[in-house]
Design a protein. Structure first.
Length: 66
């Protein structure tokens, strides 16, 4: 088996694997590039966006209670 055949087999094996999700890929990026300081900022941005979505979704219902 030549080196080219082995490389092609490796590529075929990698092609059959399931791609990682966005969260796993982001965590791998943080670990490989030692950018752990980005994690708190991303968490805060996600929480703020969730708050905005829930606030706009449930605001009409909460307004009727008062």
């Amino acid at each position: 088996m030549s080196a080219e055949d082995k490389m092609q087999n490796d590529f075929e094996k990698a092609n059959r694997e399931k791609p990682p999700g966005i969260v796993r890929e982001f965590l791998q990026f943080l670990a490989e590039n030692k950018k752990w300081w980005l994690l708190p900022m991303v968490v805060v941005l996600v929480l703020c966006s969730l708050l905005a979505v829930f606030a706009t979704t449930f605001a009409p219902y909460i307004y009727t209670l008062f």
